[in-house]
Write a protein that binds this ligand. Sequence first.
Ligand code: COA
Length: 258
Amino acid sequence: MEFENIIVTQKEKWAIITINRPSKLNALNKSTIEELHLAFKQLNELDSVKAIIITGSGDKAFVAGADISEFADFDTNEGAELARKGQKLLFDFVQNLSTPVIAAVNGFALGGGLELAMAAHFRVASTNAKMGLPEVSLGVIPGYGGTQRLTQLVGKGKSLEMIMTAGMIDADEAKSWGLINHVVSQEELLPFTEKMATKITRNSSTAIAAAIKAVNANSTDGVNGFEIEIEAFGNCFGTKDFVEGTTAFLEKRKPNFE
Ligand code: COA
């Protein structure tokens, strides 16, 4: 896959998407968002890709936010459209992808950058990472799902503190908040995240897709997550992976999922 603003690398059973605009601290402009949508979509359709890691190029930034130069002169309608389109193409799309997505946060994750990391299924950060939602310092609010996902991840008080102060927290603090799962050195960030991806790829990808759907139902208005879980659980019984997983257990061997 060839793109202008991102690099896609396929490894054994997983892929790494690297946002590659280091001179702009990997800020998300329109074309980067469109390319990311396409890359996630195409990788999700490949049976050979069972996990996706998203990271930023260089050692300074994961993503320093939406590209401010692109929206500085927008009016009310254009602003709403920017948020709506971005949420649909990238942030909701990633959250609801059936392939697991891990964010490897390698530096600044600000505004849309933190929102992208939060849309991923979970996050690992390097010790130099700094996270924040500085939008109110620009006279706007987070528009790519940040007010919702941060609140779901860390609770209302911490979420409003981060949003209202427009401040940044470091990786250890983010871990103590439950915003990220692990903190490792910069050198260890990709190897560690790839190890997690490897663990994931050994399991049933159809069951993992069902788990993502059921867990996401917990934060979807108007749906009963328990019902979604029952339905998804039942569907697993009709899959080849279920036959393989249970047979392998009874035969005292490791499962070999497709
Ligand atoms: N949008 C557009 N360009 C951005 C950007 C963004 N969100 N974040 C950084 N850049 C650009 C800078 O304009 C600069 O470009 P230039 O060299 O052409 O002037 C380049 O990236 C390097 O950034 P710089 O500010 O010089 O680096 P720094 O180390 O001094 O500061 C940050 C780093 C992250 C603190 C600072 O870049 C920043 O505050 N960025 C904006 C963060 C933000 O508000 N994001 C939310 C957007 S809604």
